[in-house]
Design a protein around this ligand. Structure first.
Ligand code: ATP
Length: 348
């Protein structure tokens, strides 16, 4: 196991900065998730740690050792990719055993270890098959088994679940979490799926345009996003963001009036999560016609239109109303209100 440390690491392609002056420590045994939209530099960061990409500037350490010039195969890192990277002509057994073969282990040693790992990821009955004879989830488990077969110091996982269907993703997420608990290997995990990040991470680094904009525990990022970008990115359905002003201790926008504890000012954005809004009787803090109702099973997502924006609340599962009928919402008594500067996007 090992700590991974990036010090002032930058990656440029010509004049284009893919990863900008990044310093980051991934603690021994944690799962650090790099989260952000397509093109923000997640994969590039990961590939630099793996040694698959040169570093333009800065240093990367594993433990005490500076590894900038160390070949990938000597870094004691195992990677799991989105497309699994299995060898199609080899059986499951041989795919999993491959890293051991490269290390010169005997057939008996390899087979014993493969059986042990295959039990852990429930592939014991499929060892003789080839990848083409497996489902997506089974292939992903083979890729995982191959990564864990030699217990590396570090796992790098690049969107490992994104080729799976929605149900399998949720199952595999739990399996990954369980596996991490068992093995305790330092893991860097790349995703653009905020739910995956929230559920798996010890800490999340939210990235945008090559920069880390916030690095914290999932809980803190959810409850205290540093800016509008993070606020809108984390949470599903996403946080309602309403533009307005603060006047006499109230946030005011057309159809909206909410008491806030902040000094008067113009050009602010109020953020409030759907679960922090509830139905009001009579005139509420936010009023508008019903735009959509979506039953999720245990709740109804109630979307109302207020001016140009749509505002979503998590209401009771048995809520019913006609489209376009008037609806009133108010913050719940324990609602957390977030205020951002409209121009800079920064949290106030
Ligand atoms: P995705 O979620 O789509 O995989 P990402 O956050 O992993 O995105 P990266 O693959 O790290 O993004 O790419 C970061 C930026 O660097 C992108 O704008 C990409 O176009 C650019 N980039 C990546 N590889 C190269 C390359 N070889 N030459 C030039 N630009 C590149």
């Amino acid at each position: 196991m090992a700590q991974v440390k990036l010090v002032d690491v930058e990656k440029r392609y010509g004049s284009f900065v893919a990863v900008a002056n990044q310093s980051l420590t991934i603690e021994d045994g944690e799962i650090l998730v790099l989260l952000g939209p397509s093109g923000c530099g997640k994969t590039t960061t990961m590939r630099m740690i793996a040694g698959l990409e040169d570093i333009t500037e800065g240093d990367i350490f594993i433990g005490e050792e500076r590894i900038n010039d160390k070949p990938p195969k000597d870094r004691d890192i195992a990677m799991v990719f989105q497309n699994y990277g299995l060898y199609p002509h080899m059986t499951v057994n041989d795919n999993i055993a491959y890293p051991l073969k490269l290390r010169g282990q005997s057939k008996e040693q390899r087979n014993a270890r493969v059986r042990e790992i295959a039990e852990k990821v429930e592939l014991g009955a499929l060892l003789h098959r080839r990848p083409s004879e497996l489902s997506g989830g089974q292939r992903q488990r083979v890729a995982l088994a191959r990564a864990i077969v030699r217990t590396p110091s570090i796992f790098l996982m690049d969107e490992p679940l994104s080729n799976l269907d929605a149900k399998l993703r949720v199952t595999m997420r739990a399996e990954l979490k369980h596996l991490h608990h068992e093995l305790g290997v330092t893991t860097v995990y790349v995703t653009h799926d905020q739910m995956e990040a929230m559920t798996l991470a010890s800490r999340i680094a939210v990235m945008r345009d090559g920069h880390i904009v916030q690095l914290d525990t999932p809980k803190n990022i959810y409850s205290n996003p540093v800016d509008l970008f993070v606020a809108g990115f984390i949470g599903s359905p996403s946080m309602n963001l309403i533009e307005g002003t603060i006047t006499k201790g109230r946030f005011e926008a057309p159809g909206v009036s909410i008491k806030v504890e902040a000094a008067d000012r113009g050009d602010v954005v109020l953020g409030i999560r759907p679960e922090n809004l509830e139905l009001a009787t009579g005139k509420g803090a936010i009023n508008g016609p019903i735009y959509a109702l979506e039953l999720t099973g245990d709740a109804t997502l109630i979307t109302i239109r207020e001016g140009a924006s749509l505002i979503c609340a998590r209401g009771p599962a048995d809520f019913e109303a006609a489209m376009n009928s008037p609806c009133s919402l108010k913050p719940t008594s324990d609602a957390k209100l977030h205020l951002f500067d409209k121009t800079s996007g920064q949290r106030i």
